[in-house]
Design a protein around this ligand. Structure first.
Ligand code: ADP
Ligand code: MG
Length: 343
């Protein structure tokens, strides 16, 4: 549905060149909700702005719904952009227009007649829960309501793709959940492909099907969301996952952890599993079978992409050989990684 091929965007500022996006390949499957996560300055906004050519890529290809956007004429591009809605962190509503008029704006600009505009806007007010705010002005709305208006406006031209740049970053957690749930409904009911740029793992965890991680303009890791949580490959991905599961910062843990085993040391292992019932019985079984003890240092259960996932940090004590066998036994069923050694 969205395909970026070897996409690069170089900015020239103050005599210096910055590759905000550097040789990125990305495929967003039709009908999916796809997240791109990364720290501030990673190039996420530049990347998403290249998808509708708000930013022209320096090199590379942007294909949306089978069309190669960089090869279109201005008129063709205007038409193609009607297929691509976009929402932003700061909503970008027009303060002099009512909710209804804000939503109607893209259709007015396209010269759509009044009746057709009304036919499009009325159901969008309902979809976004704004029927009673129809004639309010943006200044009279909460942040969540403003984002709902922006979403309705983005959907007015019946796009196939919705681009979201930090759409929930200015909202409180409860409002964030309601907006994410609205995006999920839109994805399912209107069959719209959603590309989300965010620095918040909660967004990825709650609604994304797949996720990619960006660092210094490069896409460094890509996976389905469960695998990303279960088995992050890069250090940055691991940091994002640890943050999402409220694991203590590495710096705090490292104070007591040694990287290598030493005389009399015990391993501390991270155990990650999918499905609420999996973790506890397995650990009990391993403890009995191999006569070792597991003491839980940290535990967290999270709903990830609709599945329950467990994250445990446990200290294992017993005979060295038995510990190894117990860990090998666990590895058959769950993700096990040695985090360090303690005395
Ligand atoms: N218009 C611009 N001119 C020059 N540099 C820019 C411009 N837009 C972004 N950048 C630079 O590109 C890099 C990526 O920015 P951005 O895409 O906004 O990152 P993110 O959205 O991940 O925070 C940053 O170093 C930023 O300073
Ligand atoms: Mg940004």
């Amino acid at each position: 549905m969205i395909e970026l091929k070897n996409l690069t965007k170089v900015f020239r500022a103050g005599g210096k060149e910055v590759a905000a996006v550097d040789s990125v390949d990305l495929q967003v499957p039709e009908g999916s909700i796809y997240g791109v996560i990364g720290s501030s300055g990673a190039g996420k906004s530049t990347l998403i702005r290249c998808v509708n050519l708000l930013e022209r890529p320096t090199t590379g290809q942007v294909n949306v719904d089978g069309q190669s956007l960089t090869e279109l004429s201005e008129a063709e591009l205007r038409q193609a952009r009607r297929n691509i809605g976009m929402i932003f962190q700061h909503f970008n509503l027009l303060s002099s227009r009512t909710v209804y008029e804000n939503i109607a704006l893209p259709l007015e600009l396209a010269g759509t007649d009044r009746q057709l505009i009304d036919d499009a806007v009325t159901p969008l007010l309902k979809l976004t829960g704004l029927e009673d705010k129809r004639d309010s002005y943006p200044s009279q709305l909460s942040g969540g309501q403003k984002q709902r208006v922006a979403i309705a406006r983005a959907l007015a031209s019946k796009p196939k793709v919705l681009l979201c740049d930090e759409a929930t970053s200015a909202l409180d957690p409860k409002t964030t959940r309601s907006i994410l749930s609205l995006l999920k409904d839109i994805n399912r009911e209107l069959k719209i492909t959603v590309l989300i740029i965010t620095h918040e793992m909660d967004v990825v965890k709650t609604i994304c099907d797949r996720v990619a991680i960006m660092s210094h303009g490069k896409l460094i890791e890509e996976n389905d969301v469960e695998s990303f949580f279960l088995n992050p490959q890069t250090e940055l991905a691991r940091e994002f996952v640890r943050d999402a599961i409220n694991e203590k910062p590495v710096s705090e843990l490292e104070d007591s952890f040694q990287p290598e085993p030493f005389a009399g040391s015990r391993p501390v292992v991270r155990i990650t599993f999918v499905g609420q019932k999996v973790g506890q019985p397995l650990i009990t079984q391993a403890a009995k079978k191999y006569d070792v003890d597991f003491s839980i240092l940290q535990a967290d259960i999270e709903a990830v992409h609709g599945n329950t996932m467990g994250f445990l940090m446990v200290e294992v004590s017993g005979e060295e050989a038995q510990i190894q066998e117990a860990l090998d036994y666990l590895k058959v069923h769950v993700q096990v990684e040695v985090a360090g050694y303690v005395s």
